[in-house]
Design a protein around this ligand. Structure first.
Ligand code: DMJ
Length: 606
């Protein structure tokens, strides 16, 4: 057969051969298709990857109809409910609707907070709190004066409450909120946080509660704002910590720790000396454009120790304590020109900037925190005390002089030259010398108490030699001038506390009535010249009988000025200095009995 087939194939024409091939290939394709595509369960299973069961819900035969029906019922019910709700909503008033939306918003925010809310802080023993009482001064005259100061606080607070609530500060003439670059573009209620402990010790409890509620509901640190690390530390963290210790309300502790976490990226520099500013959201840091050669400022990176020790104590996080220990160690290793600490230090290179030294602006609270670190540690941090003593010794040698008229002043050291000018800020040093007298080397306690008294006297003179009896921003001891401002832009008073702060410390250590008298003079002058219907304002020229206002009620007026005045007219049993140490913004922090406490991280001090 194959031979005959081959013979007949050979006899066929090309077109016939082509048609036959076509028929043959169609036949083969048909057979192949039948093999693969006709339903044959056994073969089908070989190619089944099992995805069907995963992707399509399995419905048992017979149940399918029921399922679709229940689904349809559910959709219909949902639809009807939505329609009903919409109808009800249309019947509601605008206000009802607004309130409903607000409740829903708050609920969502709370749910979110709960979800990624703060980790609970470890329980730590609350230091024994002595002297959180009324501090009744006893005699009616002093009590009356103290009541007046309390009334001034109420006026400052109520005005802020009415016109600036939630803003950082208040413009008491324009009657609206105010802020400065130290808070970036944030709106974090600086006045509320700064004022809380003053309200508490004055017994203004409704106002305190009001502030606490605002903090609970509104104080949020995830803001895209570039803030000053130093200012946020002394005002916000210091304020929150003091409010926590005084009132025992957990919210203040939690907020303080949350905020502190946001400051930590500022320490990410080649040396560990923090940037002056940090963006709370991005964590990017930088320094003030005006600071010498991109430097950080001594009074800023040197004024973190007290708060950071408390943060580690309360949170159990060693990071805070480690950061400030590192700063101290780095400074200890550096050469000091003439034994003095320059105000500027570059955080990239670890080198000093300009050789300017000051006990006023740019340097002040660095010295203050050395002394207070020692006091706050129950005098166990002897390294801090020694550093303070050495620094003060060099300052006395190079910066402290007596004027021709017999006034002791602290000048500014600029590249080996002493500028015979003293700032209002420098006046805090009178109190610092008195506070550090006990425990000073070579039994110089009497000397330092005397030095404190002399500074208090000089600063009082700077007030007394003005028309308004309020102190200028800076005053000179040169060319026959004694304790008076020369330049127009140094004649302002912006409600600062330093002179009153020194009066209070001197009062506590000496009980010389002149300090209360001087404090009362300042109270009256502030009430007469700075009080306006919308709060208290700074004045631009203390030598003019017709002063103009700067229209700012600084948050430190409530935190410090009014608090120190109130304490000056209270009994010493209110916040005794053996148990409390005031941070540089006058926020009282309790002494930690370090002999019985091991701070996390303190073991790795190497
Ligand atoms: C306050 O914020 C603090 O006392 C700081 O240390 C410097 N001075 C201002 C008020 O004058």
């Amino acid at each position: 057969v194959p031979v005959s087939l081959l013979t007949s194939w050979a006899t066929l024409r090309l077109s016939e051969k082509f048609i036959l091939l076509l028929i043959l290939s169609a036949f083969i394709t048909l057979c192949f298709g039948a093999f693969f595509f006709l339903p044959d369960s056994s073969k089908h299973k070989r190619f089944d990857l099992g995805l069907e069961d995963v992707l399509i819900p399995h419905i048992e035969p017979g149940k399918e109809g029921k399922h679709n029906e229940s689904l349809r019922d559910k959709i219909r019910a949902d639809h009807e409910r939505a329609l009903q709700e919409a109808k009800e909503k249309l019947r509601k008033s605008k206000d009802e609707l607004k309130a409903e939306i607000q409740t829903e918003k708050t609920k969502v925010a709370e749910d979110l907070k709960k979800k990624d809310g703060p980790k609970p802080l470890p329980p730590v023993p609350m230091p024994k709190l002595v002297g959180v009482n009324d501090g009744d001064p006893g005699d009616p005259d002093t009590k009356e004066k103290r009541d007046k100061i309390r009334e001034m606080m109420k006026h400052a607070w109520d005005s802020y409450r009415q016109y600036g609530w939630g803003h950082n500060e208040l413009k008491p003439l324009a009657k609206k909120g105010h802020s400065t670059n130290i808070f970036g573009n944030s709106q974090m209620g600086a006045t509320i946080v700064d004022a809380l402990d003053t309200l508490y010790i004055m017994g203004l409890h409704d106002e305190f509660k009001d502030g606490q509620e605002w903090i609970e509901q509104n104080l949020d640190f995830s803001v895209n704002a570039e803030v000053s690390v130093f200012e946020v530390n002394i005002r916000f963290i210091g304020g929150l910590l003091a409010a926590y210790y005084l009132s025992g309300q957990e919210v203040f502790k939690v907020k303080a720790v949350q905020l502190a976490e946001k400051l930590l990226p500022a320490f990410n520099t080649p040396t560990g000396i923090p940037w002056a500013m940090v963006n709370l959201k991005s964590g990017v840091g930088r320094n003030w454009g005006w600071a010498s050669a991109g430097s950080s400022i001594l009074a800023e990176f040197g004024t973190l120790h007290m708060e950071f020790v408390h943060l580690t104590y309360l949170s159990g996080n060693p990071a805070y304590y480690e950061k400030v220990r590192h700063i101290r160690k780095l400074l200890a290793k550096m050469d000091r020109p003439n034994g003095l600490y320059p105000n500027y230090l570059n955080p990239r290179t670890g080198r000093w900037g300009q050789h300017h030294t000051s006990v006023g602006g740019l340097g002040d609270s660095f010295y203050e925190y050395l002394l207070k670190a020692w006091l706050m540690s129950d005098k166990t941090d002897t390294e801090a005390r020694k550093t303070y003593d050495d620094a003060i010794e060099a300052i006395e040698r190079h910066l402290i002089r007596k004027s021709n008229g017999g006034l002791t002043f602290i000048g500014e050291w600029k590249n080996g030259h002493l500028e015979r000018k003293m700032g209002h800020l420098t006046c805090f040093a009178g109190g610092m010398f008195a506070l550090g007298a006990d425990g000073s080397p070579d039994d110089k306690a009497g000397h330092y108490l005397q030095l404190g008294a002399e500074i208090a006297h000089t600063c009082h003179e700077s007030y007394d030699r003005t028309v308004l009896k309020l102190g200028p921003e800076a005053f000179k001891f040169d060319s026959g001038l004694e304790a008076v401002a020369v330049r127009q832009n140094e004649k302002y008073y912006i409600l600062r506390p330093e002179v009153i702060e020194t009066y209070w410390y001197m009062w506590r250590f000496t009980h010389d009535p002149k300090y209360r008298q001087w404090g009362w003079e300042a109270t009256q002058a502030i009430d007469k010249y700075c009080r306006v219907s919308g709060g208290f304002s700074g004045v631009k020229d203390v030598y003019s009988s017709n002063p103009t206002y700067d229209d700012v009620q600084q948050s430190f007026f409530l935190a410090e000025t009014l608090k120190y005045l109130y304490l000056l007219f209270s009994g010493d049993d209110l916040l005794p200095l053996e148990n409390w140490v005031f941070n540089t913004e006058a926020h009282p922090l309790p002494v930690l009995h370090m002999a019985n406490i091991t701070l996390p991280g303190s073991q790795n001090q190497g």
